[in-house]
Design a protein around this ligand. Structure first.
Ligand code: SF4
Length: 507
């Protein structure tokens, strides 16, 4: 009997991509991937440290895993494992910590554990031995190269890691270290390989993509190179800094094969708060960025990260942020309350904003974002776009056991942000053998007759679509089709509700 492995991921797109690579390594070593809620022999928890809540959730999941199978080993890696190793180890003797900076060791442990399983040895001991034996070796942050993207609609490619900034609230830079970039030639080679295996869209990910520097290229140069050197694949950036929307970036962004969507790490619209946060720009840069992006492409889908309740944030300062967000009419707002993180400058800042007030401010921003998204979907009606299919209505039956590696619970631009504190919990095998939830049930405007054949898709602009009229032969996850947006669904700003219905136009 093969050993069973289960995976849980918290945090950003980068973590999700890295877990996918880890899951691939375990599967290649003969593991059967099972949902995290089931009994497994090895649990892998890829943690996030961006908020206290993210750590709390990871702690809960680790305890749950230890309860579900007390003989299992729980491998804990990621940013929290990097910064809070002692705390993680204290959760139980069968918890084996692999610091985030050594995450690639977790992939190498897959074969050690397979061997130990075959020999009937204790898995926790084998994991510790394997980890310690590799303690002196160098680590490659770009070792993660998932080979299983054909199971997904959109591929991700890690091109950057770490961050040289020291924003007052951020612990990610402490956990991930200084900025490192993957060489352009290697990026092109990996993108070609993904494209040859069927990817029609590649999301370029990193902790801070605006710090990409390699071989004399920054991100705009890399994007242009990718577009030149590959065919039939489009590129989406996970997120971007407002003050890096310069001429060069705009030229790259305006390329037809660069998606018409960008998530900006705005964080605040108030200059005084931005200064306290240690952000290197002010609100005028955000305004300029949005104006220039809108001039570069037709009505791009622009999202923003915003933090509410940063220490000392007054009602008037919050109002300034809210007003800027309203003025700029973002199609998506990812708002979250400030979370004091040990080791950061903001940890000691006073006065702290009461949790209740920060929560109310977050709600106000989220509500604004929901309205922005609904308005964006409404004004997209009639638009001709391209979309990558996510959920064929006619499944070909269950995938082979463990084949349902599935990270995407629905396209949420914020989940791709570098320091996304949403701490999405993603269960690698949760989708095994089961059709994906398309959200279609929440789309009452969809005519009954279309329900059987509508396919969930993500548009160029990152709208969640239900595309009708796609010929059966083309209904394949990951395929790209041309479609026209026919109607927007009310309530589209809410998670789980598709934004609009689109009609198939061609392939
Ligand atoms: S918030 Fe982003 S830019 Fe600032 S330190 Fe963290 S990772 Fe770097």
């Amino acid at each position: 009997m093969p050993f069973r492995a289960a995976f849980r991921t918290f945090g950003c797109k980068l973590n999700q991509l890295e877990t996918e690579a880890l899951a691939g390594a375990f599967r290649d070593s003969g593991a059967l991937l099972v949902p995290f809620s089931e009994s497994a022999d090895v649990y892998v928890v890829n943690t996030c440290t961006v908020t206290g809540k993210a750590e709390q959730k990871a702690r809960r999941e680790i305890r749950r895993a230890l309860r579900t199978n007390p003989r299992a080993v729980v491998l804990v890696t990621g940013c929290w494992a990097e910064l809070g190793a002692d705390e993680v180890s204290a959760l139980g003797p069968r918890t084996v910590v692999i610091p985030g900076s050594r995450k690639d060791d977790a992939a190498l442990l897959a074969s050690d554990l397979a061997e130990a399983w075959e020999k009937g040895m204790d898995l926790a001991e084998a994991a510790e031995r394997g980890r310690d034996a590799r303690s002196g070796r160098g680590h490659d942050p770009f070792a993660f190269r998932p080979e299983t993207f054909l199971l997904h609609s959109r591929a991700s490619l890690k091109v950057q890691d770490g961050c040289d900034n020291r924003c007052a609230y951020c612990r990610v830079c402490l956990a991930r270290g200084p900025s490192r970039s993957l060489a352009p030639g290697e990026v092109v080679e990996r993108a070609r390989s993904l494209s040859e295996r069927g990817a029609r869209e590649i999301v370029l990910t990193g902790v801070n993509l605006s710090q990409y520097r390699s071989g004399g290229l920054a991100m705009p140069g890399l994007l242009s190179l990718l577009v030149r050197e590959t065919e039939g694949v489009s590129y989406r950036l996970s997120s971007w800094e407002p003050d890096r929307v310069d001429e060069e970036f705009l030229a790259a962004f305006s390329l037809p094969r660069v998606r018409n969507h960008l998530h900006l790490a705005v964080q605040s619209g108030c200059d005084a708060v931005l200064a306290r946060m240690g952000r290197g720009y002010r609100s005028d840069a955000v305004r300029r960025a949005v104006r220039d992006l809108r001039a570069a492409k037709p009505d791009p889908f622009l999202g923003a990260d915003l933090i509410a309740g940063f220490p000392g944030e007054t009602e008037a300062e919050f109002r300034t942020t809210f007003d800027l967000a309203a003025e700029l009419d973002f199609a998506w707002i990812h708002a979250f309350p400030f979370s004091p993180r040990p080791g950061t400058k903001a940890f000691g800042m006073r006065p702290r904003v009461a949790e209740r007030i920060a929560g109310e401010r977050v709600e106000a921003l989220l509500d604004l974002g929901r309205r922005g998204r609904e308005a964006y979907a409404a004004r997209s009606v009639g638009r001709l776009t391209r979309a990558v299919l996510e959920d064929p209505r006619e499944e070909e039956g269950p995938e082979p056991s463990g084949g349902g590696i599935d990270f995407e619970g629905g396209p949420d631009p914020a989940r791709e942000a570098c320091a996304d504190p949403g701490s999405e919990e993603v269960d690698v095998a949760a989708g095994s053998g089961a059709p994906r939830v398309s959200g279609i049930g929440a789309a009452p405007a969809l005519p009954e007759g279309d329900r059987a054949t509508a396919v969930s898709a993500v548009s160029d602009e990152y709208l969640r679509l239900e595309v009708t009229g796609i010929p059966e032969a083309l209904r394949r996850r990951g395929a790209e089709v041309a479609c026209r947006i026919a109607e927007a669904f009310p309530g589209a700003g809410d998670l789980g509700i598709p934004d609009a219905r689109a009609e198939f136009v061609g392939s």
